[in-house]
Design a protein around this ligand. Structure first.
Ligand SMILES: NC(=O)c1ccc[n+]([C@@H]2O[C@H](COP(=O)([O-])OP(=O)(O)OC[C@H]3O[C@@H](n4cnc5c(N)ncnc54)[C@H](O)[C@@H]3O)[C@@H](O)[C@H]2O)c1
Length: 372
């Protein structure tokens, strides 16, 4: 079968690597990834849900290569980005006697990607790793750019490293087994790109809402490539988030507070928290005169039509949301400096900036609008 392949190169000061896009790529991964596996051993990390769908075809694709393979499976879900899972897998990997060339392959969503990346960054002070993202969120965002992390009591992604993969293989076909809820969670990150930096792309998304929900393969391929190109461009300029890369956190300070308030119990997905955060950022922009009420209403309508959450108390009613508690959590964000609140704010649709020393009372009032 001939597969239409597309390539993009991510060029960071520390590393250059390809992103390969296509359909049916997992079944041909061995061939595509052979040049990036230098040693005689490789380790696959996946979660139990993704493994049930794709592990066998990935393993078969390597069967003709004379390589020693070990597979490590973690439970699906955010809870696997933890010290305890990290420790367990790290010890299992060490028992499999890796060397400096042993390559780690992450097969799964952002959880597996972030965990595997951090394992790769720390196993024997760093071994090569490859991302095979299978969720929309991971395909448009987390697999590219080299942020790796686990969560801890102090908050999300608080322990981690900037560590670039050696290659990213995006099989858009793998999205056909992803639930609608997870597609929407990934779509929140897609919208984020449009809102922070590309008004034309935003219009495209508004026009293609139905095709996106229907998982139209061409539309998905277009938006995934577009987001990866945007991310590659930003990461090339600012690999370690000293400046422009911070814009990719649009909606995330609100979102991380929401996830923390929900205690990472799986009831609010990361992408859903980001979706709420982006809507809150838009509401903040209305208050600050950045975007018009008409723009906000159009975004809100798009959320409703596509099925994204728009209200904390109504969409996540099993939690008792507290605006002042949520605001306190915002201070724990990694962007906070000297005890002040830092937010990514919208100047207009397609244009964002970093704003320091945000007034906590304004942030609390925004949370309150989505609770009352
Ligand atoms: N490193 C970064 O730059 C970055 C960026 C954004 C988000 N993240 C992180 O990514 C994580 C969220 O990622 P996610 O939304 O992919 O979550 P996830 O990895 O938990 O995947 C979501 C669910 O979908 C399942 N799944 C994945 N692919 C599937 C497929 N093809 N078919 C069927 N089921 C499939 C998984 O088993 C899981 O249950 C968060 O921890 C977040 O912090 C990291």
């Amino acid at each position: 079968m001939t597969i239409a392949l597309h390539h993009l190169t991510v060029e960071t000061p520390s590393h250059h690597y390809p992103i390969v896009f296509g359909t049916g790529l997992i079944a041909q991964a061995g061939r595509h990834l052979a040049p990036y596996i230098k040693g005689h051993k490789f380790f696959i990390v996946s979660d139990d849900q993704v493994a049930a769908h794709y592990l066998q075809q990935l393993e078969v694709s390597f069967s003709e290569m004379n390589l020693e393979r070990h597979t490590f499976i973690v439970p699906a879900g955010e809870a696997s980005k933890s010290f305890s899972i990290f420790e367990r897998i790290m010890n299992e990997m060490l028992r499999a006697e890796p060397d400096r060339h042993t390559t780690l392959i992450a097969l799964g969503g952002g959880v597996v990607g972030d965990l595997t990346g951090f394992l790769a960054a720390t196993l024997m002070r760093g071994v090569p790793f490859i991302q095979i993202p299978t969720s929309l969120l991971a395909q448009v965002d987390s697999s590219v750019g080299g942020k790796t992390a686990i969560n801890c009591a102090a908050g999300k992604n608080m322990v981690g490293a900037f560590y670039q993969p050696h290659a990213v293989l995006i099989d858009v076909g793998s999205l056909h087994t992803l639930s609608k809820r997870e597609i929407l969670a990934g779509y929140a990150e897609v919208l984020k790109y449009a809102l922070l930096g590309d008004a034309e792309f935003y219009t495209y998304l508004l026009d293609h809402a139905e095709a996106i929900i229907a998982k139209d393969a061409d539309v998905l391929m277009h938006i995934i490539r577009h987001c990866c190109a945007m991310k590659a461009e930003i990461v090339a300029q600012d690999e370690k988030e000293q400046g422009r890369r911070a814009l990719l956190n649009l909606g995330h300070t609100f979102g991380h507070a929401i996830e923390k308030h929900a205690a990472y119990d799986g009831t609010v997905l990361h992408g859903e928290a980001v979706a709420m955060g982006c809507l809150m950022a838009a509401q903040l922009a209305v208050h600050q005169g950045g975007i018009s009420r008409v723009d906000y209403d159009q975004l809100h309508q798009h959320y409703t039509m596509i099925g994204l959450p728009t209200h904390l108390s109504r969409d996540f009613s099993h939690h008792h949301w507290d605006a002042s508690q949520l605001t306190d959590y915002c201070y724990q964000d990694k962007k906070s400096e000297r005890g002040g609140l830092t937010f990514i704010t919208l100047n207009k649709i397609g244009d964002a900036q970093v704003t320091k020393n945000m007034d906590a009372a304004i942030i609390s009032s925004i949370f309150q609008e989505f609770i009352a």
